[in-house]
Design a protein around this ligand. Structure first.
Ligand code: BGC
Length: 762
């Protein structure tokens, strides 16, 4: 960060503010600093700040502007508080606000800060832009199923283009928590169950949000969250404690955070959970020793929403003052929403409980990032009313949402090649609570997007088929409660139809924060609907809506075709129709395993073997499985069919041995024996047979998406080195041990594909 230079200020917007800014001390310092390095300029500014102003730079609050849907995530505060909040900005008691309402609000607040506050330090405007700003893309978990990190970079970049155009400097995203328990509701926001995908998508999203130039008004600061291991909440209950070995923490859960920081993210958010008895928000080892010491992080850390204050109820801090002290001294630079830092830090410094130098250090981190965002050059660089509208939901952005939507859909099952459906000549009944209507399209945790601007399934299908008049739409059931007469209507519709599309699953409120489920099934009234419709005997395509992997049962599991479509956002109906009618051959893969039953959770493919694995075949007594259920997935991670017929053959490897400093190449021939073009995600898995710390049964090491015309074959090659085979030893250090490794080139984590093995030599 010491390399950062303060550039000449860009054109200022807002005439009153310009005059004040030109004569402000902060402006003078920028001028004075000229081409000087950031610390000199920031240090001079810090030298002029009171303790209260310093604490103010470390206090972030939810926007009090009551103007619209933006307050959906956190409790609205009402219009009346807004003038009070503007006054706080004027008094230097705020570093910025989050989840506000666009350029209008930002301009009022920024004007107060840079025109009327003593030191004219610009505010920073933050927001939760998880999967799109106004144009909503597929939820994180769905997008990861594309196995195309560059797609995530592109959607993040498009989200930044819209959001930064609406006055947002800082995005509370990406959420990169590895989630291996589908009961947890927040897996939907992240990168799924796998470490490699988690890393690649974390980095891609950071690059998309931040771009190459943090000062650009088309980009914004990324925030890696929730640090750390939030996704490992005990029993999948949101906010629950985490208790785990350092090896597992390092090898699995910490990896995507690290990848996000390595990609350049300059902020992090502490998580709500504790790790081994210590809340993350007060965890010095995590926030300072590891993050800054070992990983060299140079940005700043913000608490999650009141997570400092919550340490009192967690039984870790006596009161707010102690909570503020513990969080701050652990390395959490900024407090979100509790108000504890501005309330207690000045006194904590005066009493000697917090060293003044530590306070200055955190203020320096925050101001330096504000400078890197260009806010000292031009506090209004992202605030422009015209731009906010001009950039919103452009055709090319919607086209990207449709592309991402199609690529996120996973074809779980397609008996008798029921899909794709013909565009003409078949009477289609779309039945279920998600058949039609502007609801449950953009998904949970959306601040600025809007179901009313999204395409529902019925509309998408109508646009795609040749005979829209023949389409039958029946709701059949509510999401979690039956609809009087619904099943009878659905059965009648199924009788009239040649094929049924059953649009069932979870509503948007069933996943996201604080939405853990004990049974991860299709809700009972919809299951009954599915049974009744299936009994009619027409071919059934299940189109699932869901925020997590589900345990499918009965008629849902037995349907001839099943599409996992998650929450796809603005272009939901069009994307699904593209796949249903074959304009696009499905290429998505599961980013989270679908278990056979809820009770298997946490179920993930990269589990350990145990000393009593059940051999392939029937269940055997006293082997590791639940009563009556194999210890495997119904649809494992990586699974997904295409409209081609893909075969794996001819495994080859360059040698039976891998020298410690050498490379080994493994390859397979992938053939499309079908009559339709397909894109296959070819996956490479490895397993270390014996090690000083037992290893997972398989781990994804690489993958490649290949396009295959009908009849086409392609040899897909992967190169492995010892780095791909390393793991964290009992001393918490990365190690690699000689021995025998199995490798699979396969279409999913639990399919055989083709395989071989080699010895890593000492
Ligand atoms: C969530 C964060 C979010 C914050 C601000 C918290 O409840 O855990 O992910 O960024 O609220 O809305």
């Amino acid at each position: 960060m010491s390399d950062v230079r303060i550039s000449r200020r860009a054109a200022l917007v807002g005439s009153g503010a310009i005059a004040a800014w030109l004569s402000s001390p902060a402006r003078a310092l920028v001028q004075l600093a000229g081409e000087a390095r950031t610390p000199a300029f920031i240090n001079e500014l810090i030298g002029r700040m009171t303790l209260e102003e310093k604490a103010g730079q470390l206090q972030l609050m939810a926007s009090a502007w009551g103007g619209g849907a933006a307050l959906a995530l956190n409790p609205p505060q009402g219009n009346s508080d807004f003038s009070k909040q503007v006054e706080e900005a004027r008094q230097g008691q705020l570093t910025g606000v989050f989840n506000g309402n666009g350029a209008t609000m930002a301009r009022i607040m920024q004007t107060a800060a840079v025109r009327e506050s003593r030191l004219k330090i610009p505010l920073i405007f933050a927001a939760d832009i998880f999967h799109g700003h106004r144009t909503i893309f597929p939820v994180g978990l769905a997008e990861v199923g594309s196995f195309e990190p560059d797609l995530a970079r592109r959607t993040a970049e498009a989200a930044a283009f819209e959001a930064a155009g609406a006055g947002i400097d800082w995005n509370f995203s990406p959420m990169v928590d590895v989630a291996r328990d589908q009961r947890w509701g927040r897996g939907i926001e992240g990168g799924g169950e796998d470490v490699l995908l988690g890393r690649l998508f974390a980095a891609a999203r950071v690059r998309g949000f931040q771009g190459n130039d943090l000062k650009s008004n088309e980009h914004m600061l990324a925030c890696i969250k929730h640090f750390a291991a939030y996704g490992a909440a005990e029993s999948g209950l949101d906010y629950n404690p985490v208790d785990m070995s350092e090896e597992r923490l390092r090898e699995v859960y910490l990896q995507p955070y690290k990848a996000g920081f390595d990609a350049g993210a300059l902020s992090a958010m502490s998580s709500f959970n504790e790790i081994n008895g210590v809340p993350s928000t007060a965890n010095h080892w995590l926030m300072t020793d590891l993050l800054r010491g070992e990983w060299g992080f140079k940005g700043f850390v913000v608490s999650d929403y009141t997570s400092d204050q919550e340490m009192v109820d967690a039984g870790f801090a006596q009161d707010g003052r102690e909570a503020a002290k513990l969080a701050f001294l652990a390395g959490v630079d900024m407090s979100m929403q509790s108000g504890l830092y501005r309330q207690h830090l000045p006194e904590l410094v005066r009493s000697g409980a917090v060293p003044q130098a530590r306070l200055d250090e955190s203020v320096r981190r925050v101001l330096t990032v504000k400078a890197m965002l260009g806010l000292f050059d031009d506090p209004f660089r992202r605030i422009d009313l015209k731009r906010e509208t001009a950039r919103s939901m452009l055709p090319q952005t919607r086209a990207l949402a449709r592309e991402a939507g199609r690529k996120a859909i996973v074809l779980l099952k397609n008996e008798g090649d029921l899909l794709p459906l013909p565009r003409v000549g078949k009477r289609i009944a779309i039945i279920g609570p998600f058949a039609a209507g502007a609801h449950d399209l953009v998904g949970p945790s959306v601040m600025y997007g809007d179901d009313s601007k999204a395409v529902d399934l019925a509309t998408g299908v109508r646009l795609a088929i040749g005979e829209p008049g023949s389409l039958i739409i029946v709701q059949g059931s509510g999401v979690e409660e039956p609809l009087p007469g619904g099943i009878a209507q659905a059965v009648a519709a199924a009788r009239q139809a040649d094929v049924v599309v059953l649009a069932i699953g979870e509503s948007a409120v069933m996943s996201g924060e604080a939405q853990s489920r004990t049974e991860i099934v299709v809700p009972e009234p919809q299951q009954r609907l599915a049974e009744a419709v299936a009994a009619v005997g027409k071919p059934v395509v299940v189109v699932l809506k869901h925020g997590r992997a589900l345990a499918l049962e009965g008629a849902v599991a037995d349907a001839q075709a099943i599409l996992a479509t998650w929450f796809l956002g603005t272009e939901t109906g069009n994307a699904i129709a593209d796949v249903l009618f074959g304009a696009y051959s499905p290429s998505g893969r599961l980013s989270a395993s679908f278990p056979r039953a809820s009770g298997q959770e946490p179920y993930y493919y990269a589990h350990k073997s145990t000393g009593r694995p059940n051999p392939p075949g029937d269940l055997q007594p006293y082997k590791a499985h639940f009563r009556g259920i194999p210890n495997s997935a119904l649809y494992p991670f990586g699974h997904g069919l295409t409209y081609g017929k893909i075969a794996y053959s001819d495994f080859t490897q360059s040698s039976p041995r891998l020298a410690m400093n050498g490379t080994i190449e493994v390859a397979a021939t992938i053939t499309n024996n079908g009559t339709r073009a397909a894109e296959e995600v070819v996956q490479l898995y490895a397993h270390d047979r014996t090690a000083s710390v037992t290893r997972p049964v398989r781990e994804l090491k690489a993958f490649r998406k290949v396009a295959l015309a009908p009849g086409q074959s392609q040899v897909v090659r992967f190169t492995l080195t010892r780095n791909d085979l390393s793991f964290y030893g009992r001393d918490g250090k990365l190690t690699v041990e000689p021995g025998t490794f199995d490798v699979w080139i396969a279409p999913s984590a639990e399919s055989d594909g083709v395989r071989g093995s080699f010895d890593l030599m000492a």
